[in-house]
Design a protein around this ligand. Structure first.
Ligand code: NAD
Ligand code: UDP
Length: 330
């Protein structure tokens, strides 16, 4: 199959998902422009791509307008972990909302196709289980998670209004918990926390009793899903759930990681954060039908690759991965 080379903008391109996406798009022969303000992303995530003739990086905050020429936009810019997005909640909402307005405005001027990295958080603490795309969610508008949840919900609204009002070609992916190499070791997310703790032989911090559930998708599956979504016919907008439907409790995840790493870490229980969703599992029939997509990487294989990444990072940074990486944050 011949691939037509396109000029593609990836906002948040130096982050965890963004860096893998840039890599995958370059491999497919496209010109990739990565835009990032390095709030949670790292230059090191894309350093290996800098010599590539079709790759370019711009340091830029998407809450300000951007003037570039591209054919497609993947809008990923936004801190994703609760620790990071609650650090400066006003900036988080601005990034989602002003960032969406700026990127949609750019897409409108260029008549470019634009994909939004939305989230399972639009379902809040869901009372429908598993979550289907037609569920409107159960979201606290004034809580600690609201800057992220409501910011992402408003971004979805903007995407659909630009589509209806300006005939813009849009794609909305609702991404469920995704993990893998290049997650930030300090981002406070459960997979990175548990692996870093297990490798250090430190206590594994389970919030609450660990009976809340999540479903974890490996990064390569997610990137494949996002690219397939972008390539769907123009009349398909989504929203579409992307995630791995294998659901487990947080306690089970902790036990899997302890056993996989052969760690002697003990499990300790800490208070549950406010509004922490009790259950989460994607219903992915729509993605199966329209994208011909479903996750392929088992939790065991995905965790092995992620553990290997964090072990390397610890070795490279002399065990003090946290301090070294935080020093780099822009
Ligand atoms: P990440 O924090 O690693 O990446 C986000 C990137 O956006 C970082 O590189 C950060 O520096 C950049 N960024 C933040 N604010 C910016 C701004 N104002 N201007 C420019 N760049 C900015 O997180 P991730 O896990 O790679 O998430 C990427 C996207 O996917 C996010 O939009 C997130 O909401 C969405 N998502 C991720 C998950 C997941 O489990 N990883 C789940 C649901 C949704
Ligand atoms: N969690 C935990 N220990 C940790 C970090 C997270 O028990 O050290 C729990 C957290 O309370 C939540 C789940 O793991 O129930 C997933 O948390 P994460 O921050 O990764 O993502 P999200 O809550 O956004 O799904």
């Amino acid at each position: 199959m011949t691939v037509v080379s396109k000029r593609i903008l990836v906002t948040g391109g130096a982050g965890f998902l963004g860096s893998h996406l840039c890599e995958a798009l370059l491999e497919r022969g496209h010109d990739v422009l990565c835009v990032d303000n390095y709030f949670t992303g790292r230059r090191a995530n894309v350093a290996h791509l800098l010599g590539h003739a079709n790759f370019e990086v711009i340091r830029h905050d998407v809450t300000f307008p951007l003037y570039v020429e591209v054919d497609e936009i993947y809008n990923l810019a936004c801190p994703a972990s609760p620790v990071h997005y609650q650090h400066d909640p006003v900036q988080t909402t601005k990034t989602s909302v002003h960032g969406a307005i700026n990127m949609l405005g750019l897409a409108k001027r260029l008549r470019a196709k634009i994909l939004q990295a939305s989230t399972s958080e639009v379902y809040g603490d869901p009372v429908v289980h598993p979550q289907t795309e037609d569920y409107w969610g159960n979201v606290n508008p004034i809580g600690f998670r609201s800057c992220y949840d409501e910011g992402k919900r408003c971004a979805e609204t903007l995407f659909f209004d630009y589509h209806r009002q300006h005939d813009l070609r849009i794609k909305v992916a609702r991404i469920f918990n995704t993990y893998g190499p290049r997650m930030h070791p300090d981002d406070g997310r459960v997979v990175s926390n548990f692996i870093m703790q297990a490798l250090a032989g430190a206590p594994i911090t389970i919030y609450g009793e660990g009976r809340q559930t999540r479903s974890f998708c490996f990064v390569s599956d997610m990137i494949d899903g996002l690219i397939r979504l972008m390539e769907t016919p123009d009349d398909f907008t989504g929203p579409v759930n992307l995630g791995n439907p294998v659901e487990m409790t947080i306690r089970e995840l902790a036990e899997r990681i302890v056993s996989l790493t052969g760690s002697r870490s003990e499990l300790v229980f800490r208070p549950l954060p406010t509004d922490d969703p009790v259950q989460r599992r994607p219903e992915i029939s729509l993605a199966r039908k329209v994208l011909g997509w479903e996750p392929d990487v088992t939790l065991e294989r995905g965790l092995e690759a992620t553990v290997a990444y964090f072990a390397r990072l610890r070795a490279e940074l002399g065990g003090d991965a946290h301090r070294a990486l935080n020093g780099e944050a822009g």
